[in-house]
Ligand binder design. Structure first.
Ligand SMILES: NC(=O)c1ccc[n+]([C@@H]2O[C@H](COP(=O)([O-])OP(=O)(O)OC[C@H]3O[C@@H](n4cnc5c(N)ncnc54)[C@H](OP(=O)(O)O)[C@@H]3O)[C@@H](O)[C@H]2O)c1
Length: 251
């Protein structure tokens, strides 16, 4: 059976954490492919509004913003409801929002656990659960942004690594449970953008030296993989697409 998935025109995509970096690049990419975009943000109101303006100036009334702290459980179904109400449908959910910082075993506090698990695992689950019936209606899809460290722990980042490993299982479990109407996949980035907190130049060099392609990736590499899974992968579900310049080949 041939799927009519060559264009995202008329479809609606919600991207969490869309004001900056990979989320913003993904929003621009899906928008350029024709989708109407719901830009979710938490603290980055000014950046989200600027991106909304940018997208709307390219195509009138094609971008909407929705605010919400994903750690507040009561916000999650509201974010989905607001996303649906703008265009009366939801076709695509991109679980991109995340927190990332070290949690050396021995000094981890419950607050860090709740934050890292909340943004990287709990919120994606409950957003997907709330979105499911809307996505089913239009044979929609979910893309979860995981990490190569879901497979192999990043030293000193155990809680983040555990959360992303959970998000990989969420991807497979939801792919199974929401089938056949909804496809659920994940993209696993390697070194794309350095974290906002300072990282030693030598550490950056070591990370890049372990890629096969000997360079850092760009947010476009991730957005292209997401676009592929959303638009051209009608027979792919429950999979993780690794975009890491070949880094995971090296131990
Ligand atoms: N950067 C990389 O090289 C890399 C590598 C591997 C995996 N990844 C994954 O790729 C995705 C995007 O990475 P990134 O570096 O672009 O992300 P990021 O800049 O670290 O975070 C994206 C957004 O997440 C939002 N966020 C965090 N906590 C939130 C909360 N409690 N409620 C609502 N929003 C919250 C923030 O929104 P506001 O600013 O609006 O508060 C933030 O702008 C993430 O899932 C990340 O784990 C990235």
């Amino acid at each position: 059976m041939e799927n009519n998935i060559d264009s995202l025109k008329g479809k609606v995509a919600l991207i969490t954490g869309a004001a900056h970096r990979i989320g913003a690049t993904t929003a621009r990419k899906l928008h350029a492919a024709g989708a109407n975009i719901v830009l979710h943000y938490n603290a980055s109101k000014i950046a989200a509004e600027a991106l909304q303006l940018e997208l709307n100036s390219k195509r009138s009334k094609s971008a909407h913003i929705v605010q919400g702290d994903l750690l507040d459980f009561n916000n999650l179904s509201g974010i989905i409801n607001e996303s649906v109400s703008e265009w009366n449908r939801l076709d695509i959910l991109i679980n991109n929002a995340s927190t990332f910082y070290p949690t050396p075993v021995g000094v981890v506090e419950e607050r860090a656990w709740d934050d890292l698990m909340g943004s990287n695992l709990k919120a994606p689950f409950f957003l997907a659960q709330s979105a499911a019936r809307h996505l089913k209606q239009y044979n929609g899809c979910i893309v979860n942004i995981v990490d190569i460290h879901a497979d192999r722990p990043l030293k000193l980042y155990s809680v983040y690594s555990i959360a992303k490993a959970g998000l990989v299982m969420l991807t497979k479990a939801m792919a199974s449970e929401l089938s056949p109407e909804v496809r659920v996949n994940a993209v696993a980035p390697g070194a794309i953008l350095w974290p906002e907190h300072e990282l030693d130049a030598a550490v950056k060099e070591r990370i890049i030296s372990r890629t096969l392609l000997k360079r850092q990736g760009s947010p476009h590499d991730i957005a292209n993989a997401i676009l592929f899974l959303v638009k051209d992968a009608g027979y792919i579900s429950g999979q993780v697409l690794t975009v890491d310049g070949g880094r995971s080949i090296n131990s």
